[in-house]
Structure formats: C-alpha cells, structure tokens
Design a protein around this ligand. Structure first.
Ligand code: UD2
Ligand code: MN
Length: 249
C-alpha cells in the first residue's frame, strides 16, 4: 500500500482527484462493495487511479465494507455507498464497481451517459462478450437522477446472485434502456477467485426477483436502513464500514 501511495501522489487524501487544468463535466463517486478482499482492492487501486486520472474526471473512491459475518449483500452496500458519498460531495455520477474488475482500455470512460451505463460489457470470463442480453453485472454507472428513478437497488438480495438482473429490470421497467461501450472498448478483466465464505448462492433470491415488479417502489433507496460504524480516510480511498443487518430467517 505504501508503494501504491508513492506511485499515485496526485491523489488527494481520502481517494479524491480533480484534474488541475480543466473543469470536469461530471463529479464521479466510485462505489465498491467490500468485505475481506484487501488483495483485490490493492490490485484495483493500482490500475484504476492512473486510468481515472488519464480520463481527466473528478472522482472519489468509496469502499463500502459490510461489518460482521452475516451473509453478504452487495446491492444493499451499493445503496449505502450512494447515500454516504452524497453526504460528502455533490456527486453527479455514481459508478458501482466490483472490487475485482479492471478495464483493459482507457477509452472505456468511467462516466455517466444518457441511460444507465454498463461498463463491464465484455468480460474476459465470458469470452469478451455479454453472457446474455440483459446482463448488467460488474461495473455500472448511474447519474443521480437515473439512480433515483429506479429507486436504487433492492436491499433484499442476500448472498450471491440475481441482484444485477433485478437492477436491469428496474431500469427497463422505469422506461430507460442501457448504454454500453463498443465491445472492443468495453473489455474488462476479472481477477480469478473462488466464491467467498458468507456469499453463497441463495435460491430465495429468485423469489425476490419474481416479486420485484410489485415491490420495487417500496424496496430500494427509499427503504434503506443501516448503521454507520466507521469512516476511515486512507490516502487512496475512503472506507465506510456499516452494519446492514442480516437476512430474514
Ligand atoms: C458477479 C457479478 C457481480 C455480482 C455477482 C453476484 C461479474 C463480473 N460480476 O460477480 O456484479 O452481480 O456476480 O452477486 O460477473 N464481495 C466482497 N466480499 C465478499 C463477497 C463479495 O468484497 O465476501 C464484493 C466484491 O466487490 C466482489 C463483488 O462483491 O467483486 C461480487 O462478488 P463476487 O466477485 O464473488 O461475484 P462474481 O465474481 O460472481
Ligand atoms: Mn468477482
């Protein structure tokens, strides 16, 4: 981590960057759901800070850590990230990224666009193409307005899977479509890994998914509940640790 800090002296404390010689059109918060992936985070910071700087955006990095051992809830952590980052700065654009994904091409701009944007549209693990049309996992970008329009993400997906499909459906049901970069530009790599302990596949997620048409207006940004445990400012990122509860028994 010390070496990483030395390599990226242009980053301001807390993981912020602002280009010195132009006025950026978007203020970007990058939100990373997190627990127990320090090695991936180092990897991500090593690659992403230089890329984001070259893209001349104004950005802040927020690592949202789920405290405790309860089942992981990725999408709920993303909602927390939206709320907490918004308290710090008037961000226009929110990029929600897995900790283990790195773009291969600088021209894959970490920016928001007309519609919610799917940045990880050509992943190495899927043969550099979409595994299915509605795939919306990995890295996505929403303006504040787009995020609020879909009522954020569902808080009810505990464990691995389906929360990204839920998000895609929220987007289409809200009358928006998805923007993606060209397949050559959208190439990304995911660091190979095993499924984490505490993030097992949850069959109940399909039940949540099948109901979402009726529940999405109540479940999301509007119903988010959590308690803040700690805000830790590091040189290259801000880490926010939260208690988000546990799945219903
Ligand atoms: C896929 C999707 C991801 C999400 C997930 C299902 C890709 C590239 N990504 O990822 O967007 O839809 O399926 O939930 O296809 N994490 C931790 N600690 C944990 C568990 C998860 O930090 O213990 C975070 C971390 O940022 C990780 C992300 O959650 O990258 C997604 O979890 P994963 O990487 O285990 O799932 P994966 O690769 O199948
Ligand atoms: Mn992964």
């Amino acid at each position: 981590m010390e070496q990483l800090v030395e390599l990226n002296t242009y980053v301001e404390f807390g993981g912020h960057y602002k280009p010195p010689d132009c006025i950026p059109l978007q203020r970007i918060a990058i939100i990373i759901p997190f627990r127990n992936r320090e090695h991936h985070l180092r990897h991500w910071l090593y690659y992403l800070h230089p890329i984001l700087r070259r893209q001349q955006g104004e950005y802040g990095i927020y690592v949202i850590e789920q405290a405790g051992e309860n089942t992981f809830n990725r999408a709920k952590l993303l909602n927390v990230g939206f709320v907490e980052a918004s308290k710090e700065n008037n961000y226009d654009c929110f990029i929600f990224s897995d900790v283990d994904i790195v773009p291969e091409n600088d021209r894959n701009l970490y920016r928001c666009s007309q519609n919610p944007r799917h940045l990880a549209c050509a992943m190495d693990k899927f043969g550099y193409k979409l595994p299915y049309t509605g795939y919306f996992g990995g890295v996505v970008a929403f303006t504040k307005e787009q995020y609020l329009k879909i009522n954020g993400f569902s808080n009810n997906y505990w464990g691995w899977g389906t929360e990204d499909d839920d998000t895609y459906k929220r987007v289409t049901l809200s009358g928006m479509s998805v923007d993606r970069p060209d397949r050559n530009i959208g190439r990304t790599k995911m660091i190979r890994h095993q499924r984490d302990k505490g993030n097992e596949v949850n069959e109940k997620n399909y039940v949540v998914y099948n109901r979402m048409k009726y529940t999405r207006n109540q479940d999301g940004y509007i119903s988010l509940k959590y308690s803040l445990i700690k805000i830790e400012k590091n040189q290259l990122f801000t880490k926010i640790t939260v208690d988000i509860g546990k799945p219903p028994s």
